[in-house]
Design a protein around this ligand. Sequence first.
Ligand code: ZN
Length: 756
Amino acid sequence: MKIKNLVVLLSICMLFSCTAQKVQNPSLNIIPLPEKVSFTGGEFCLNEETFLQLAIAKEDVGSVMLLHTMVSEIAGYDLIMGSGFPTMIKFTLDTTLKLGSEEAYQLKITPQEIIISAGESVGLFYGVQTLGQMLTDPQFYDAESKSWRLPTVEITDKPSFSYRGLHLDVSRHFYSKEFVMKCLDIMAEYKLNKFHWHLTDAAGWRIEIKKYPELTERAAWRSEKDCMTWWKGDRKYATAETEGAYGGFYTQEEIREVVAYAAQRHITVIPEIEMPGHSEEVVSIYPHLGCYGEPYRNGEFCIGNEETFEFVENVLTEVMELFPSEFIHIGGDEASKAAWRKCAKCQRRIKREKLKDEEELQSYMISRVGKFLESKGRKLLGWDEILEGGLAKAATVMSWRGEAGGIKSAKMGHDVIMTPGSHCYFDSYQADPKTQPLAIGGFLPYLKVYSYHPVPAELNTEEAKHILGAQANLWTEYVPTAVHAEYMLFPRLLSLAEVVWTPREQKDAEDFKRRIAHHIEILKNKGVNVFTLSDRVDMLMEVDTINKQVKVVLESEKYQPEIRYTLDGSVPSSSSMIYKDTICMTDSASVSAALFVKDRSSETVSTERFDYHKGIGKKVNYTHMYSGSYPAAGMTTLTDGYRGGLTYGDGRWQGFLKHLDIVIDMEEVLDINSVSVKFMQLTGPGVYMPKYVSVSISENGDDFQEMGQIKNTIPNNKPDLFLKDFKISFKKTGRYIRVFAAKQSGFMFVDEVVIY
Ligand SMILES: [Zn+2]
């Protein structure tokens, strides 16, 4: 087949076409949301009689054949190849087409044809993904005529960021090549293009290196499957033959297969080889590469030893043969400097190279490895610790300890990939921990991922250009199986996909909720163990001091669910009120709410108390000021009506390192019936209940009369989270209310003084 170069025509023709109809603008369920979508009011029909006409340049046969297979699979028909029929679906690859990005594409559906145009084959590929998502949307499938009736539309699309990544840690727990490929398939559907493969770490070396076979013979296995049990235990490595051995590695052949599979899907695989820290497994096999010369002592390479560089360069040489990626990730994170301080060789290196300290010693190693990579035409990528002791020339930084490292690097003119723990660490909980399998901690629901924007406001336009994109990281200490990994990845990875693709101003959380509901079903149908979202009803409040009321909004991360609620603290039933709009309360009430599906309540019932009390907006005088670290809303916090949640860092809880001793001025003498103050206890981080709370009243602000005292009854030797209301009831007229809480230990946290 000899065809004009660079023009790819893949035509799907139909023997029988459906009658064109006018359709209303539908809601497309595409993730990530394309840049521009405009409906033209007609319909294109695709059915079983459809077949293909394929005309392509020789070098693109592979990629177009893949597209053909994909379209066939998606449409659910085996599209037959043919020629001589009028073109119905046309893929045009035209290098003169300027769409603003090599990844850009146009998808035009008219009643007669579907045309996908792009300047590069990657753009064509993404156009097919978009079409593919339309062809998995049941709203466009007409079961009666067994055809897809697609709305006529013009889509112009390109990514906001060039780096759209997923990181997978295969050291803590090992996952098969097949699972990695499944991840690559899903990444491609959502237009993610970088797979960061965390191949080496203390918990196991996972890549075959021909020159050092001992790495996979003796450090790819351990006798304990569960990573944390192993880590808390002897941390010893094993061989594949050891009884009960857990682990594994990828042969070079398997890696080549994965890299090629990814490349077909326009995904670059970036390998990570950890150094100088997180290398316990290497030092255990080759103790002379560590400062102590002993196995199982520490996880850092000896930077004073030339053999370290020989080893690293030999390994990287084989790695570069396997991975064509320009970026090679060298880790660089969390190295302890203790051994270097005591090591004669390291200290000699510091002296000889005129380095200031161990941080500069680390920087010496990173720079030297960076130069080695550059000499081979590659670029060094590392976690933000590579900033310590001076950032190596031309290094690209992955900012994980927040955004600060990324901001600093971008201002220095280095490229940056944002992966802050707050929004990109998918080993955190995605819902209430009580309802979830054990995770590392944190709280990162999919909508929080969605709210992320990789370019911090601190950067100017020039600096912002250094932010290449963002990446989701899945560390796997608590993720023992591939099925569990899927649960942690989905649907949150779809949020990240939209964060890095869709223009920020196009993002819309409510619309994303709608689309995610659709995609959760799609993923389920594909056999992906996707988290089907939290059943919890969240309650957001606003204090309206003008109308003297508390407004409560009930929210769910599900799309337009049925929420029923009560205001008397009783459990909502199928006959309870349906939530439609903001609930306004002028007094106090306990709101209980739950999601309902077909009259059935979810198991999770949320209950919260809201008060519009007499003290709201009244001035608080502090004898001892609150802690500067936890000011919450400052001087107004304790009488602003806002109650704290389950974490003391939520901006509602005010922290005290001294006794709480405050006087609230009610502005006039009035009847006071009760005063209650809520405290939190969480002994882990040092948050304790007070010893006791006392309330006194005065008319003139000088002579106070104590109304009562409540002693604490919560034990201080339990690690659990406790919340306790200290409520004192009485009948008294007065203008000034003094609240005193005697400090027990550490911090005291108070959210509100509720006065009736
Ligand atoms: Zn050393």
